[in-house]
Design a binder for this molecule. Sequence first.
Ligand code: MG
Length: 462
Amino acid sequence: MLRIIVLLVGLVLSVSVSAKKPNFVVIFCDDLGYGDLSCFGHATIKTPNLDAMAVHGQKWTSFYVAASVCTPSRAGLMTGRLPIRNGMCSDKRSVLFPDSAGGLPQTEITIARALKQLNYATAAVGKWHLGHLPHYLPTSHGFDSYFGIPYSNDMDRVRNGKNHYENAETEDIAAYNVPLLRDEKELERPCDQRDITRRYTEEAVKFIKTSQGGRKPYFLYLAHSLPHIPLFRHKDFHGHSSAGIYGDVIEEIDWSVGKVLEQVKQSDDQTYVVFTSDNGPWLTFKTHGGSAGLLREGKGSTWEGGMREPTVMWAHPKPLAKGIVHDMGSTLDLLPTLVSLAGGKVPSDRTYDGYDLTPVLHGTGPSPRKSMFFYHGEQLFAVRHGEHKAHWFTKERYLGQKQARTHNPPLLYHLGHDPSEKHNIAKDNDEIITRLAKIADEHKATVKPVENQLETRIPKQK
Ligand code: MG
């Protein structure tokens, strides 16, 4: 009898040890609005690959990012922690710039580093924006390889008397002297952005294909540089969309999603794919910026349009529990979720702001996320709990409105009844406001001061 039990235990152990861990692909856009995909209601942009992904997987309607601009949003995704905890947000400089001396501290554990400890092959392709100096690049943060533009595609500007619209029209790539890196080395400068989405896609597909032939599971982070302005697309996509140049760019990203999924389907190893974006549309750029659909405002604001993103999740060959998910989720949840799916545990030595979304993916339970904190720089502007959201401060139009407005009592909205945040219901709802204020205070008590990473600059050479 004892021998049988020992044999059975041995069998179970060997099964769990030999079972291959799932692969992960995270596709992350830059400045894509909530209303920019056809599966999220856009009337003229066509995204058939993302639509199919949503039909056969999950469309998340309340999925948030950690901040409404690039650097802090990306820091939140990569670490599962709000950027206020690692110095990756600032009231003085909203993101990292080519003259920034800081970046994501080495003390942080990225998704890549956490998965690497679980024997994953890891690759980052695309925009990084968590520090461009060698010790901050993806290869210093748990990624085996990196290919991409290390910050925003409008940086290293070379003034030529033309604006972003004209540069996009004339395809003037030299107006943005951004480098294209392979690992830590510069491959090209200025990067030819006209085929950057295509080249990112080729790199991504190559990595998936190579990994499918290897013994390790893989994690691919594919962070498109677009649709952040200036808008560039491959010549095959000129005039592709009836929505103009912005539509062309989104339809090329959708084409890219199709190529990635096509390669994922070449293997029967379980693979999870997540598609979302870093922040809402850059509304000041008119038709070169996207649309937040029915949501209010866009990039740089803590209104819903700044931080709620069109999100689709999908898996192969075993599909996710299909359907539309109205529960809350966040890019902050990706680290705990991926680590959990890989059979690991998040480190217990630090505070995490993310939750394991596995029950929602597999249809076994609701999302554990009940609250969301909306930071603008280092300040907590708003809190959502359940369907209610309170704003103590608001600021709109990224690089438009200079000063934040203070609200006392806070503005209060019911996001179920009023997802566009049009009808303030603060009057007669003191109890709800008190509850949200308590949640805000309890959260603030967990935040400890850290060194700011966005404010230090590389000394100028004389
Ligand atoms: Mg962005």
